[in-house]
Write a protein that binds this ligand. Structure first.
Ligand code: GLU
Length: 334
């Protein structure tokens, strides 16, 4: 799909900011050309209102420099991307063992809102990135946190004080969220839900309805890339070992049932949401935030995936890339 294969894998001129920008804009253009090939989510009626042509990417580095283009200031609901924040907060507050006594850590291979395996194969949801797992985590969090407290935490994770509840999305999802209600009551019937189903769903839906931008998702990505520390304030938001867990789960489960292909082709821990957002943390280097509400058949931003493939391929961003990327301009190790 790369339309402008200007550089081969071995030739990328690291440290050359102009080359870096060129690859960034190529990636953006390649993504933008794909917007007509996907579809805006419509199962939550309010999400239908998004303009399928919208597309923005923001790339934020540890030194504070950033590149952004397109609709990076547009507010949209973070949807499933809140699952990364909720998992990080659960790990930080309850620890690894307790958190994973409430949810498993395996890819489900089913769609994000599936109920099948929960009923037949396991009493615990497969992972915290599918709805059943996130609802379970929300029930745990609701025993200790108010929504306002989690909103404040999300603002600091995204380095964005402007995050608010999108009330129209919240109400729309509350009215049409029968599958999520079914999941919560099934979890209750199995005796594993930690709080009242209505209270749990209210928190879960509020978190999904938080209004972010591509820039805020780049901020979140940078915290994930930087071992849980805000590089600008020095604040350690989450212990590095917990961020390692969050990134691992994002890598294996973050892109719906397209996570395997995304892992192979892009190779960056990432989480997408049906509102069209994607957050990615490129270990030790940068956060990437994307807004592109036209979704592929798996539910991932079609322009976003296309652009990330281009960026990852040409800049060697995969965690498995064989060329370490020096930041100081010298040539990478062969
Ligand atoms: N709030 C959405 C739901 O529960 C989140 C879906 C998503 O972004 O994957 O259906």
């Amino acid at each position: 799909m790369a339309k402008y294969p200007t550089y081969g894998r071995e030739e990328f001129p690291y440290g050359d900011e102009e080359a870096f920008k060129q690859v960034f804009f190529e990636a953006y253009e390649n993504g933008r050309e794909m917007v007509g090939c996907g579809k805006v989510a419509d199962y939550i009626p309010e999400l239908r209102k998004a303009d399928y042509r919208s597309f923005g990417i923001c790339l934020l580095k540890k030194d504070g420099s950033f590149l952004s283009h397109g609709d990076v200031e547009t507010r949209f609901s973070m949807q499933s991307i809140c699952k990364t924040v909720m998992l990080a907060v659960a790990l930080r507050s309850f620890g690894f063992a307790k958190t994973f006594s409430h949810v498993k850590m395996e890819p489900s291979g089913d769609s994000f809102n599936s109920i099948i395996k929960l009923d037949t194969a396991s009493n615990l949801p497969y992972n915290p990135m599918i709805n059943a797992g996130a609802i379970q985590i929300a029930s745990l969090l609701s025993t200790r946190f108010s929504f306002e407290e989690l909103l404040g935490i999300t603002k600091s994770f995204c380095m964005d004080d402007g995050i608010t509840l999108n009330r129209a999305v919240y109400e729309s999802e509350w009215e049409t969220g029968d599958r999520n209600r079914a999941i919560a009551y099934l979890l209750k019937s199995k005796g594993v839900l930690q709080a009242d189903p209505q209270q749990t769903l209210d928190l879960y839906i509020r978190m999904c309805s938080l209004n972010v931008t591509a820039k805020s998702l780049a901020g979140l990505g940078l915290i994930l890339a930087n071992d849980g520390q805000n590089p600008f304030t020095g604040e350690q938001l989450v212990h590095p070992r917990h961020i390692r867990t969050v990134n691992s789960i994002m890598f294996t489960c973050g892109m719906y049932d397209g996570s395997g292909e995304f892992g192979v082709k892009v190779g960056i821990p990432a989480k997408s949401g049906v509102g069209g957002g994607i957050t990615c943390g490129v270990k030790g280097r940068m956060g990437i935030g994307i807004y592109g509400p036209s979704l592929d058949e798996k539910g991932n931003s079609i322009a976003g995936i296309t652009a990330l493939e281009h960026l990852s391929h040409l800049m060697h961003l995969s965690v498995f890339d064989y060329h370490p990327i020096p930041e100081n301009g010298e040539k990478g190790r062969e």
